[in-house]
Design a protein around this ligand. Structure first.
Ligand code: TYM
Length: 336
């Protein structure tokens, strides 16, 4: 047990590889914050089944996602890195929170509106509708104070705060009200082929997505072909030059350098040199992560043992919060 502030975050195991948006929007912060926080990082498989998944693939993607957290620098002996479905309290608390969530409130979630519009009413499940409530349960079970996420999760963390406050005022002080931690520029990384839309696992074409596990040559090609503009000046202008601005944000986030210093370095050089420089930065960052991930995939038994031990620690905390909640709402305690 530590006295460090609690932190919670997670990712869906919905692809074989995480992408550059996940890495910059979330993982980079996670890595930084794990030394100053008591951090919980989950692979949210319960969330993943809100859209259709192949069972064997889901199992594999769950392991692969956990392995990529570790490969990217999450230390599973310092942070609690576990699989959401290994801790039943998530689904149990989500049920209770469903009963204090307004139908209209859930209908206003923009991710739900986007996803359900894309899938059509027939394919849209109650699970997809209740997705943000399950996310609230994840966070509230652990008394998390901070939730480092990309910009697309902001509204879900706001809902989590509202639900925590509502429960506390109805049933007495129970939950810590968490705060989202969202970086300014790097919280939204855009598709390299379509720099007006977010880089996303569900994008129609894969050529604008840089996967963490892409081979270096594939990464190089994707970056060299990234959509830019015709004025040839490497400068940040989100509205006027979305392609170049996105590449500058990626360069800056991975190199730790300011956007101004990068603009200065490439003044007068054109886009080719700038893109080559970016390829180097991305490949230098990803190549060792990719190698560590491949090593971890080779020993699934060891990975499963790490996940089991971490799920034990998570369960202990989650069950104690859930017991308090059950008591507050008036469930009869089962006698021993
Ligand atoms: P998911 O799996 O869609 O994404 C994982 C994390 O990556 C961030 N992200 C991005 N950041 C910047 N640019 C992008 N293009 C980009 N795409 C994704 C996301 O913001 C997220 O931080 N609902 C969550 C998972 C979740 C969760 C939680 C998060 C479940 N329970 C509790 C925090 C706390 C999700 O679907 O993330």
């Amino acid at each position: 047990m530590t006295n460090l502030p609690r932190l919670y975050s997670g990712m869906q195991p919905s692809a074989d590889s995480l992408h550059l948006g996940n890495y910059i929007g979330a993982l980079l912060q996670w890595k930084e914050l794990q030394s100053t926080h008591d951090a919980f990082f989950s692979v949210v498989d319960l969330h993943a089944i809100t859209v259709a998944q192949d069972p064997a693939e889901l199992r594999e993607k769950t392991r692969r996602t956990a392995a990529q957290y570790i490969a990217a620098g999450i230390d599973p002996s310092a942070s609690t890195l576990y699989v959401q479905s290994h801790v039943p309290a998530h689904a149990q608390l989500a049920w209770v929170l469903n009963t204090i969530t307004g139908f209209g409130e859930a209908s206003r979630m923009t991710q739900f509106k986007d996803k359900s519009a894309r899938q059509g009413a027939e394919a849209t499940s109650v699970g997809l509708f209740a997705y943000p409530v399950l996310m609230a349960a994840d966070i509230l079970l652990y008394d998390a104070e901070v939730v480092p996420v990309g910009d697309d999760q902001r509204q879900h963390v706001e809902l989590t705060r509202d639900l925590a406050e509502r429960f506390n005022s109805r049933y007495g002080d129970t939950f810590v009200v968490p705060q989202a931690m969202i970086l300014k520029e790097s919280a939204r990384i855009y598709d390299l082929q379509n720099p007006e839309s977010k880089m996303s696992k569900s994008a129609e074409s894969g050529s604008g997505i840089v996967w963490l596990l892409d081979e270096p040559e594939v990464t190089r090609k994707k970056i060299m072909r990234a959509v830019t503009d015709t004025d040839g000046v490497v400068s940040f202008d989100r509205q006027g030059k979305p392609g170049i601005s996105n590449l500058l944000v990626i360069y800056s986030a991975l190199s730790g350098r300011s956007i101004e210093s990068i603009e200065l370095e490439y003044e007068g050089t054109g886009y080719g040199d700038f893109k080559k420089g970016l390829v180097e930065v991305v490949v230098d960052e990803f190549a060792p992560v990719r190698q560590r991930a491949l090593d971890l995939f080779a020993d699934p038994g060891e990975l499963d043992r790490i996940l089991a031990a971490n799920a034990d620690r998570a369960s202990e905390i989650a069950e104690s919060t859930l017991a308090k909640v059950y008591d507050r709402v008036g469930f009869l305690r089962r006698s021993r």
